[in-house]
Design a binder for this molecule. Structure first.
Ligand SMILES: [Zn+2]
Length: 363
């Protein structure tokens, strides 16, 4: 997407926009915000806007963020010394991955960035952040900390952070973002002012994909539905490698119904390891979504033609009756959430496929 076509900061999020802009206009921004909503709806863009508002040098409060002063510009380029943005990265390649993540977010704050290995937010980084916030600000103004995907902090890290949020160092502000706030400690959630970001209407996302990305109508609607209402997700799924992953998953799915349990684990390793676990499992999550959507539509008696064709090529993939269809759909949804949090992904995948086979009576 060209820069000019980037969505505005609060893209179709009128409630969040109103809440934050009203508070900013009267200099009553909270010391701790929790921005909640699915991937790709603009939480990062809003966090950056908040940081700019807090670090802007424009005298007139109502005109902050001006977007042009040095404070605003340095937040945008990630070079402001009092702007600390933390996000999960894989440990072994942290610096390289962090640089790539920030570059992608600079190009498009709505981008959904995935890593080859499983990212996490280590306790050391939370401790380092707190140390920084306890120092006097470099520029003599406020200090702003962003913790993106905050639910990826372990419980202990959350406890450490909680103490600081409860008694924040002078002039320190916190912005947490999360697509899954249920994994945050209730005490952390209750200490922050929650601002909700909602999924954008898939019909509108499809419209934009057709107009700006040149997708054909059927594909645009499929991608929009799979995006979960996140523009960043939609862009990722509309990307060049979308066809490759679809083919890869089709082959994997065929195999997963045809082999024994032991072989299934080998097949999982063979498919996902070479691509890096993060990317591989991300592909599978997308495949779960495609099949989940397909099953749901099957139950609703209308299936997108291209996905249905894929599924009909699979052994035992036709659903015998409505009840079995719904059960399979639930197995996939359950598999999806297990895969998301489970460290032993290969067993989570194997378990999902074995449950599907049992349900579809495939020996
Ligand atoms: Zn400014």
């Amino acid at each position: 997407m060209t820069e000019s076509a980037q969505p505005p900061v609060f893209w179709r999020q009128p409630a969040a926009e109103r809440t934050l802009k009203q508070a900013a206009a009267v200099s009553r921004l909270s010391r701790a915000y929790l921005l909640v909503g699915p991937d790709g709806v603009g939480k990062w863009a809003a966090a950056q806007w908040l940081a700019q508002t807090l670090l802007c040098r424009q005298d007139n409060v109502r005109q902050r963020p001006c977007g042009t002063c040095e404070g605003c510009r340095r937040v945008a380029t990630g070079t402001h010394p009092d702007w600390h943005a933390l996000f999960p990265v894989p440990s072994s390649t942290a610096e390289e991955d962090a640089a790539a993540f920030l570059a992608a977010k600079r190009d498009d704050p709505f981008a959904v960035v995935r890593f080859k290995k499983r990212p996490y937010l280590g306790m050391e980084r939370i401790r380092d952040l707190i140390t920084e916030l306890n120092k006097t600000s470099v520029e003599g103004g406020r200090k702003v900390a962003l913790i993106a995907s905050a639910e990826q902090m372990a419980g202990e890290s959350q406890t450490i952070l909680l103490k600081t949020i409860e008694e924040p160092p002078p002039d320190a502000h916190f912005i947490l973002t999360s697509a899954d706030p249920g994994r945050l400690l209730p005490t952390v959630v209750s200490r922050c002012q929650m601002v909700r970001f909602h999924p954008v209407d898939p019909a509108y996302i499809a419209e934009r994909l057709i107009a700006e990305r040149g997708l054909d109508t059927d594909r645009a609607h499929l991608v929009a539905e799979l995006s979960g209402g996140g523009w960043g997700n939609a862009l990722r799924q509309a990307g060049d490698d979308a066809e490759t992953w679809r083919h890869l998953m089709l082959e994997f799915w065929k195999g997963a119904f045809a082999v024994g349990t032991g072989e299934l684990l080998t097949q999982i390793d063979g498919t996902f390891r070479p691509r890096g676990r993060g990317v591989g499992f991300d592909l599978l999550l997308q495949a779960f979504d495609v099949w989940g959507l397909c099953l749901r539509r099957d139950c609703e008696r209308s299936v997108a033609g291209d996905v249905r064709a894929d599924r009909q090529r699979l052994p035992g993939a036709s659903v015998p009756d409505l009840e079995t269809g719904w059960t399979c759909w639930r197995i996939l949804q359950n598999g999806r959430s297990t895969l998301y949090v489970n460290v032993a992904e290969r067993h989570a995948i194997a378990g999902t496929f074995l449950a599907l086979r049992e349900q579809l009576r495939i020996p």
